[in-house]
Design a protein around this ligand. Structure first.
Ligand code: ATP
Ligand code: FE2
Length: 329
């Protein structure tokens, strides 16, 4: 008998629902992303998006998996970190379903879920993870019962930096893919601030300098190319150091920015130089979606980790290294 997990994700601009079984099969993964025509995401708008579309997305994921609600054995939800209003809307749906179906409720850390779905996807057991998204830029490795953040951004996340620059030059959110496309037409590299401090890095100086180049009339494609080479070069340096420091032999690239082919090439090079294996998470599992929550929920449930509904308040600031990873102990 397989165990079926429904995973609900709604930490920021995306709402997703996925069905995964405990033999590691992703049976469905449905999501929708709020894409404001201008400006960033407003937490209240995003939570309204989730409450309006959430029930339909959940229904669709159940139908796509070819199951009925009563087949669901556990309900997993993204408990944090994320935007308070979005988390609360998502948690309310998860609690309602767990109560209605009379099944256990599992609170999942969103960042941990990005790592665990990457491990399922790659078969890696103990990687150095480069987790890059709109809200996060971290180098993570398992050590002493937790996922330790070896390095992270000191200011803005890489995806946020890409989206901010893209917005300035008229690209619609999310700008990451558009910047990747534009950089293919570049002819000149412009030096931009390269800022690595130990294991940490910083992208705000790079963003300011890129904006300045734009105001000086430099071609957008050249700036996009220069941003990518510089920002990804910084990531390569910290990934390399994390690998040397931890002596692990796998590099996992995960999070929305993992969809970038140039970043993938660069990190592949790092892995090769260190005789390490490399995996970039599959595109449908890279961004925010429910399957990663469903799968991590299974790992937690099997290790005895579930939460009573009265204790299931959301954790907007839940850090990756704050959770005991009991299923890996
Ligand atoms: P988190 O909550 O984990 O920080 P998130 O809310 O930012 O995640 P994701 O879907 O993981 O959501 O990542 C979205 C980010 O990925 C956006 O900043 C987007 O520009 C970026 N992105 C998507 N595709 C690409 C690409 N091809 N190249 C670079 N960046 C990309
Ligand atoms: Fe994410």
């Amino acid at each position: 008998m397989v165990l079926i997990s429904l995973g609900i994700e709604g930490t920021a601009h995306s709402f997703g629902a996925g069905i995964v079984s405990d033999d590691g099969q992703v049976k469905s993964n449905v999501w929708d992303m709020l894409t404001p025509s201008e400006g960033g995401i407003h937490p209240r708008e995003a939570s309204r998006h989730h409450s309006e579309l959430g029930p339909l997305i959940i229904q669709k994921s159940i139908a796509n998996a070819g199951i009925v609600p009563n087949d669901i054995d556990i309900v997993s939800f993204s408990r944090g970190p994320g935007l308070g209003p979005c988390l609360r809307t998502t948690a309310t749906m998860a609690r309602t379903l767990a109560l209605r179906l009379n099944v256990p409720l599992i609170g999942v850390n969103h960042c941990v879920a990005h790592i665990e779905i990457g491990c399922l996807d790659s078969g890696f057991r103990d990687p150095v993870t480069v987790y890059v998204s709109g809200g996060n830029t971290q180098t993570i490795a398992f050590s002493g019962g937790r996922f330790r953040t070896f390095g992270e951004t000191l200011d803005i996340a890489i995806g946020n930096m890409l989206d901010s620059f893209g917005r300035d030059v008229g690209m619609r959110f999310p700008a990451g893919p558009k910047i990747e496309m534009a950089s293919l037409d570049a002819s000149t590299f412009y030096e931009l601030p390269y800022s690595v401090k130990g294991m940490d890095l910083s992208y705000s100086g790079l963003l300011t300098a890129a904006r300045r180049l734009y105001s000086e009339g430099v071609a957008v494609s050249d700036i996009c190319y220069s941003i990518q080479e510089t920002a990804f070069g910084m990531l390569a340096e910290v990934a390399e150091r994390a690998l040397a420091h931890t002596k692990k032999d796998e590099i996992l690239l995960t999070g929305g920015v993992a969809k970038n082919n140039r970043l993938t090439n660069i990190l592949e090079g790092v892995a090769e130089r260190h005789d390490a294996k490399f995996h970039r998470v599959s595109p449908t599992l890279a961004g925010d979606q429910g399957a990663m929550i469903a799968w991590t929920g299974i790992l937690q449930y099997n290790a005895g980790d579930q939460i009573p509904i009265p204790d299931s308040h959301v954790l907007p600031k839940w850090r990756t290294d704050e959770q005991e990873i009991i299923w890996r102990a």
